[in-house]
Design a protein. Structure first.
Length: 138
């Protein structure tokens, strides 16, 4: 239960609370004549199917994806909401946890950041409710 609670708190509850508190400000900016705000959450490729050994992680990331779709629907025309779905992210912590993996196939944080930037920009004004794969070669 501790691991389950931790993963849902860190992944889903944090995303819910951040969005809840950001939405009024994003709507206010939209009303002031701006292009409108954007929320980009971080789901995971693993959220698309079940898997052995990491069910709570996958379920929490699926929740992030579904909540993002709900936010997009509930705020249509005012605030865009999308999720990125990276595969394994190339971080020091992941390299330490999975030392025998092929790190070259993992997605780099900078690559994810560029996708987030595009989703927040005016380059994607009609994209909302999307779950965007950011898989690298993994």
């Amino acid at each position: 239960m501790d691991a389950f609670d931790f993963l849902f708190d860190v992944n889903l509850k944090t995303m819910f609370l951040a969005s809840k508190h950001a939405l009024p400000h994003l709507k206010e900016a939209e009303g002031a004549g701006d292009e409108g705000g954007a929320i980009v959450s971080v789901s995971a490729r693993a959220s698309l199917e079940g898997g052995e050994g990491d069910g709570p992680y996958r379920a929490s990331k699926a929740g992030v994806r579904l909540l993002t779709e709900t936010i997009a629907e509930e705020n249509s025309g005012e605030v865009r909401a999308n999720a990125v779905m990276p595969s394994v992210i190339d971080t020091p912590a992941n390299r330490e946890m999975m030392p025998d993996s092929d790190h070259e196939k993992w997605v780099k944080p900078a690559e994810i950041a560029r996708t987030v930037l595009a989703l927040c920009s005016d380059a994607t004004p009609v994209t909302s409710g999307a779950a965007v794969p950011v898989y690298g070669e993994a």
